[in-house]
Design a binder for this molecule. Sequence first.
Ligand code: GAR
Length: 225
Amino acid sequence: MSHKRHTPLPVVVLISGGGSNLQALIDDIEDGALKIEIRAVISNRGDALGLKRAEQAGIPAIVLDNHAFSDRDAYEARLRALIDRFAPDLVVLAGFMRILEARTVNHYLGRMINIHPSLLPKFQGLHTHARALEERVERHGASVHFVTPELDGGPVILQVSVPVHPDDDVDRLAARVLRWEHRIYPLVVGWFSEGRLSLKAEAVEFDGRVLDAPLQFDAVTGAVV
Ligand code: GAR
């Protein structure tokens, strides 16, 4: 059930690129809408624009380049040690474009979430917008889910859907989805920080109720149903 925290929820954010979802979180923290403390932003790429966004917000921005490690086990052992140094209660994957091994995912089970640019379970993996256009789906969107060892397969918490227009290309569609990612990701992080959200077995518990389907964010009304 919901309980009030006295201190902001400690969070670590993992990125690989632009960091616009990270920026949405930073903006809501600065507005006072989100009671979390981003203790570190970690990127596997040195050229990620999101690192600059973190620095500008006064958040430690750290590069842990996977290419500098001989194998995945070694990289992820270092990654876990680095994350754990900041003692986060929640690890937020925000455009982190690496598949994490089961050992890492299980280490953070129930306290690691991801945003994926599709209406899961449709279009797991990469190139989601191109595949949505190829399949001529009428609606596309984004999903926030708990991370489990199954790639893009963890229980979905919240989704937003947008129409696909006949003249869309990948960039237009991606931009339409991304705009709503920036609404739903801070919302879910906020719920988690308020103790309203948890992973129960293979399901999401929200406000004490196990969800039988993901919550839906209505992009027209702003309501969650
Ligand atoms: C977002 O669209 C996010 O959903 C996607 O990468 C983009 C990152 O944008 N994530 C994935 O595809 C994960 N498999 P951002 O760096 O501007 O937040």
